[in-house]
Design a protein around this ligand. Structure first.
Ligand SMILES: [Zn+2]
Length: 94
């Protein structure tokens, strides 16, 4: 069993791979997507601060050398809202 450590692109915290969201620039299409696919990856904490900083400063885009679509950020914000019981339930419940 090997332990995989990763670093958040926003706060630079180091943690286990599974603690982070993984954003992948898929090879060879160059499409940026979440979790799945082979290609260049960036990791980010599932936290408001880190997501906000990554979006404002385009840290994801710079880390991946690709443009990150607005929709990807929207998916991440939705995930955050769903995983955080204190946030508003704009996305509703399922
Ligand atoms: Zn972070």
């Amino acid at each position: 069993m090997k332990t995989n450590y990763r670093r958040c692109i926003s706060c630079r915290k180091i943690g286990l791979k599974q603690e982070f969201w993984r954003i992948v620039r898929v090879f060879p299409s160059g499409q940026v997507q979440l979790n799945e696919g082979m290609g260049r990856s960036a990791y980010i904490c599932p936290q408001t601060e880190c997501l906000s900083a990554a979006q404002k400063k385009n840290r994801l885009g710079r880390s991946l050398h690709a443009s990150v679509p607005e929709t990807l950020y929207q998916v991440l914000w939705q995930r955050l809202a769903q995983s955080n019981p204190h946030s508003s339930n704009l996305t509703g419940t399922t």
